[in-house]
Design a protein around this ligand. Structure first.
Ligand code: BES
Ligand code: MN
Ligand code: ZN
Length: 496
């Protein structure tokens, strides 16, 4: 899909040839004398159109206009959030096979974020998964060209570019998260990471079982040992700044399927555990977007990828393993496997002397109970880092919510037979999981995003969302736009 930003007055938009012209009509719309304004003003006056986000009037082949179809689309305040909501209402139309060329025009100069939102919302509304379908050609996205028309293109060019890059990144993440576990094995996920090295500035290194054993990643290996699929440890690098600049490290949970292991999950909806590599997919997506945007920053992506399976060789409740950090862990529940693969990746991350480490994981059902599908859970002992991530989430329309990390929450992790257990009681499950991870990060500037509720949707709209690619990319762009000195100073401000 090809996006183009154009300076387009409403009168120029009226003669613009396309299959569908969408005119965004805000509250308090002030019409001019062009044909589109006249149409919208009349429809509003007659009560045939409202400006609430998503309210619309569809018109077929209006005489004198260049488009075959025109939609007058209410967009409320015309802020990013409202514009997204408006475009979401167009989903069935944007999936129509006959609609290949679309133009979306703003009646008045938009805030930059609203331009990013339009680009992303059009892509989101027209996305279709086809990889494992035989009628893929017939069902594929018909939309091939999207023109975004604004009064002045130069004012919003960078927001537009961010939107286009995010579409590439989000769709890469969705694609890999959506693929069934037999088509997205650890080996195949590693290949998806390697494919990103086709873009300049990106490198990738993949470790297999022997190398991971040599590093002493006993917790990660313990999860993988019940599976026929060999584990992969993926290290992506994006170099956009001087080599002397400490990288931001992103760590994505890459459980390509989570059966629960010997602590087997119930059958209902177990298919959704193919999405348990949503954190890993988001890391792939971030690198895909970085390749487009090329910001001045260094980023490392780490993905411990394996399956969690029950087997004669699988770990059993009560087994004790030694993590790469040297700390021993009693695995009381084999279904709490995410923290086991992440803890070794975090120890590895610390060796890279990072400016900050952010892990992203579909970690706990408890986080879904706490926050639902709207906000990801954010845990961080570093106030400055937490503030940056919260702000990035708001700006990206990919919000998170900060959760507590009081030390008392970690008390339930004590074990009779190891340095710690991998689970505490049922209460506060998202927090105790974060407290477990915190034992492996020392005093690094660290944050943990629990995306169990946000990485995919179940039910009739089942599929990966690509979250939190947008949050992470906004966070990284924010860092890249600041002088390195300021960056380091603020990441040293501790929250405790
Ligand atoms: N991948 C799951 C978390 C999950 C569950 C995400 C449901 C989304 C929906 C994770 O590996 C897991 O099984 N966590 C357990 C932890 C428990 C055993 C302490 C959970 O949340 O039940
Ligand atoms: Mn699990
Ligand atoms: Zn899991």
């Amino acid at each position: 899909m090809n996006f183009e930003l154009k300076t387009l007055s409403l009168s120029a938009a009226a003669s613009h040839p396309c299959d569908l012209l969408v005119m965004l009509v805000p509250e308090g719309f002030t019409p001019h004398s062009d044909a589109l304004s006249v149409l919208a003003a009349r429809a509003l006056q007659e009560g045939d159109l409202e400006t609430k986000p998503g309210k619309m009037l569809q018109i077929y082949a209006p005489p004198g206009l260049g488009a075959r179809r025109v939609v007058l689309l209410g967009c409320g305040s015309a802020r990013a959030h409202a514009v997204r909501q408006a475009v979401q209402a167009l989903t069935p139309t944007l999936k129509t096979p006959a609609i290949e060329q679309v133009a979306v025009v703003f009646a008045a100069a938009p805030e930059p974020a609203a331009v990013e939102a339009v680009v992303r919302a059009v892509a989101d509304a027209s996305y279709v998964y086809t990889s494992t379908k035989t009628k893929a050609k017939a069902q594929a996205r018909a939309l091939s060209r999207v023109v975004v028309g604004v009064p002045s293109a130069s004012a919003v060019r960078s927001a537009f570019a961010t939107g286009v890059a995010l579409v590439a990144g989000i769709e890469y993440a969705r694609e890999w998260a959506n693929r069934p576990a037999n088509h997205a094995t650890p080996t195949r996920v590693a290949e998806a990471a390697k494919a990103l090295t086709d873009h300049p500035g990106i490198q990738c290194k993949v470790l297999g079982p022997a190398q991971v054993a040599k590093l002493g990643m006993g917790a990660f290996m313990a999860v993988a040992q019940g599976s026929e699929q060999p584990l992969r440890f993926i290290e992506l690098r994006y170099d956009g700044a001087a080599g002397s600049q400490a990288p931001v490290v992103l760590v994505g949970k890459g459980i390509t399927f989570d059966t629960g292991g010997i602590s087997l999950k119930p059958a209902a909806e177990m298919d959704e555990m193919k999405f348990d590599m949503g954190g890993a997919a988001s890391v792939l997506g971030v690198f895909r977007a970085l390749a487009e945007l090329r910001p001045a920053i260094n980023v490392v992506g780490l993905i411990p990828a394996c399956e969690n399976m029950p087997d004669g060789k699988a770990i059993k409740p009560g087994d004790v393993v030694t993590s790469m950090s040297g700390q021993t862990i009693e695995i009381l529940n084999t279904d709490a496997e995410g923290r086991l693969v992440l803890c070794d990746a975090l120890t590895y991350a610390a060796r890279l002397k990072p400016a900050a480490v952010v892990d992203i994981a579909t970690l706990t059902g408890a986080c879904v109970v706490a926050l639902g599908a709207l906000r990801s859970g954010l845990f961080s002992s570093d106030d400055a880092l937490a503030q940056r991530l919260l702000a990035a989430g708001d700006a990206a329309l990919d919000p998170c919510w900060r959760m507590p990390l009081d030390d008392e929450y970690g008390e339930g992790l004590k074990s009779h037979f190891a340095d710690m257990a991998n689970v505490a009681g049922r209460a506060g499950g998202a927090i105790t999981a974060a407290k477990f991870l915190q034992r492996f990060v020392g005093d690094l500037a660290w944050a943990h995003l629990d995306i169990a509720g946000t990485a995919w949707k179940g039910g009739t709209a089942k599929g990966a969302t690509g979250r939190p690619v947008a949050l992470l990319v906004h966070y990284l762009l924010g860092l890249a736009s600041e002088p390195a000195t300021k960056r380091r100073a603020s990441s040293r401000v501790r929250g405790e």
